[in-house]
Design a protein around this ligand. Structure first.
Ligand code: FAQ
Length: 317
């Protein structure tokens, strides 16, 4: 079959909402786009462990510590599902990790902001996980089977994370004046970077058009951002917190909130490596990777030993 026919059949399958599986024929550019997006997503999960990991030893109670520990562990797990999904596209995990550590690969801009106090852990859960879920629920219907299936499980865990964050803020908002001020300060700092998580505006998003055609992305950056704002503002009202956007206003005609301009210059700067924590995050990530070398070696040695034993057993049988 020639390339054109293969491509037409591939697109017809996508248009019929069927999943593409690892052994199916796919255009090179589709494979590359998936490797780019899924690996960036995997990197975001494991770099995202760092700002919260900082607070495990300082959580204000045992209950909070256990919940945060479980959340950070889940994020490590999400990274693993996503690296595995990327490997089904024929790329080696080590190569992806090297690209992350060398600064070649991107990860979500949001994780280059500092987590300064306990209220930030609430804000990360509520806003950052909230934004992640909004994006990832759409990805449960993405066209590539292994990615879509990983997303279903990830979304279930993320919704627990979001509630955990909201509950931290609820406790602070029902606490003392100082605690409420802490919560407000955290929202002031995390609101705008959370909106940036959805990526540049549709008019300035080079990958969107093709990714939507291939149904890798099911909704555009701006659509998801608007949906997130519409969902989150009433939650902020319930907490008694003010969203730090003087232009935020319900628009009856549109049935959506209007909001003020996003500082895309700040976003581009963070992507260039000049955010508040880019250097620190990479330093910590590389250190964690190096210190974990013995665990990977031990796991590989165990896996090899097990498969040798299984071979011996089956040759005797
Ligand atoms: N940060 O043309 P588009 C989480 C890049 S998971 C950094 O619109 P695309 C869980 C983009 O890669 C959070 N870079 O790109 C958690 C592209 O660069 P490239 C991560 C960004 O791919 C919670 C360029 O800008 N989630 O948080 C960002 O069509 C709490 C042009 O942009 C995912 O990765 C950004 N925010 O759409 C963990 C979801 N936005 O590669 C711990 C999957 C854009 O051409 C604690 N990914 N860029 O050089 C996606 O849905 C998409 O990749 C988008 C971007 C929507 C992020």
């Amino acid at each position: 079959m020639n390339e054109l026919t293969l491509e037409q059949e591939f697109q017809a399958k996508i248009d019929a909402d069927l999943k593409i599986e690892p052994k199916d024929w796919m255009p090179d550019a589709y494979r590359k786009t998936l490797i780019r997006q899924i690996s960036q997503h995997a990197h975001s999960e494991i770099v995202g462990m760092l700002p919260e990991g900082n607070w495990i030893s300082r959580a204000p109670s045992l209950r909070r510590k256990v919940a945060l520990l479980a959340k950070v562990q889940d994020e490590g797990g999400h990274g693993l599902y996503l690296y595995s999904a990327t490997e089904t596209l024929g790329i080696d995990r080590e190569e992806l990790i090297e690209d992350l550590h060398s600064g070649k690969a991107k990860y979500s801009s949001i994780f280059n902001y500092p987590s300064l106090n306990w209220a930030d852990i609430g804000a990360i859960g509520w806003l950052v996980d909230g934004a992640a879920i909004m994006n990832q629920v759409a990805l449960c219907r993405t066209s590539y089977g292994p990615y879509a299936r990983a997303m279903v499980r990830i979304c279930k865990e993320e919704s627990f994370h979001q509630r955990q964050g909201y509950e931290i803020l609820l406790s602070l908002c029902r606490g003392t004046e100082v605690q409420k001020r802490m919560a407000q300060d955290a929202i002031n700092r995390w609101w705008w970077p959370s909106l940036m998580m959805f990526g540049p505006p549709d008019t300035d998003s080079p990958n969107s058009e093709q990714s939507m055609k291939w149904r890798i992305k099911r909704q555009s950056n701006d659509e998801l951002r608007q949906r997130f704002i519409d969902m989150t503002v009433p939650q902020a009202d319930f907490l008694g917190l003010v969203v730090p956007d003087p232009q935020l206003k319900w628009n009856e005609e549109r049935g959506h909130y209007d909001f003020g301009p996003i500082d895309w210059e700040e976003f581009r700067n963070v992507l260039k490596g000049n955010g508040q924590c880019n250097r620190q995050r990479m330093k910590d990530r590389i250190k964690a990777h190096e210190e974990g070398a013995w665990v990977r070696e031990a796991a590989m040695a165990y896996a090899e030993k097990r498969s040798r034993r299984q071979e011996q057993v089956s040759s005797v049988a």
